[in-house]
Design a binder for this molecule. Sequence first.
Ligand SMILES: *[C@@H]1O[C@H](CO)[C@@H](O)[C@H](O)[C@H]1NC(C)=O
Length: 334
Amino acid sequence: MYFFSLLVVALGVSHVEALLRFSCSGLVTERLDPLVNPGVTGSPHLHQIIGGNGFQPFMNPDNDISSLATCTTCTFSEDFSNYWTAVLYFRARNGTFKRVPQIGNQLFEASSGRMTVYYSPYTAKGVKTTAFKKGFRMLVGDPTIRTAEPAQQYRQLTYTCLQTPGTRTGETKNMPTKPCPAGIMVNVRFPTCWDGVNLDSPDHKSHVAYPSSGTFETNGPCPSTHPVHIPQLFFEVVWDTRGFNDKGLWPTDGSQPFVWSYGDRTGYGNHGDYVFGWKGDSLQKAMDNNCNINCPALKTQTIAQGNKCTLKSVVGEEIDGWLNELPGGMPITT
Ligand SMILES: *[C@@H]1O[C@H](CO)[C@@H](O)[C@H](O)[C@H]1NC(C)=O
């Protein structure tokens, strides 16, 4: 019964009857960013990365990463894409930092999954959802934002203060300001309209757009500049803040103690990155087949098998323990 009601709650986050939803374990946590800092070993801030083991400091868009990769951390085993976000740290009163652990979605067989990934097709009659193509990549959000107003342009980057693991209401654009009994869930939803031409763009954003009116959830139309309907890519990342909920550990001024690896205490700089890497036309098949969570058209593996796929950090620095500064010496900025 508990499981069933969670399922209903989880489905309630989206209007669609058809969606792919799956778990991916951690691949590596390190300072790499092949989109924003291609080829740089030691990008400015730390990321946690999931997906195929073709992830590298430089990812040539001409390469088919689904054939370069030999394993993936995702339960749909034809998905060699990479997905990444920043990493959350707790800042103690004495100024040192501790990495916040992540927890997997309890709907899946084991809690070792690190992120929950969704791909939802449009459901309006007569609207075809076109899967991403080989070489496609994008990012959403902007790590330099620290205030509410500019954050509005990324309308669907939010936080859920989990009262229980199943809480799916009360999303905010800023970091929760009170202790969250079951952790903080970060929700990263990407734009759903594509210009149909460019697989990437200099800012990694302008080749995609939000619907011109309404939202993806209300089947809003795509603008004429970006007429192609792409799946809504959405990921949920749960940060296990439970070990840091004692107010006696929080700053004496009453503010919240969590800071992103890019030096953001406000939460408004939330962002996420995506490099497409599904094998062949498997994602298009899934979109065409109206898969609902499970997808017989796709090959799967267990979370335990996904857990075996990992990469060794090439930056190889200390990211755990009580750190005197954020990895890379990233300063906290307001
Ligand atoms: C700083 O604070 C944390 C959390 O209270 C503690 O575990 C750590 O040992 C402290 N470090 C120093 C150098 O006092």
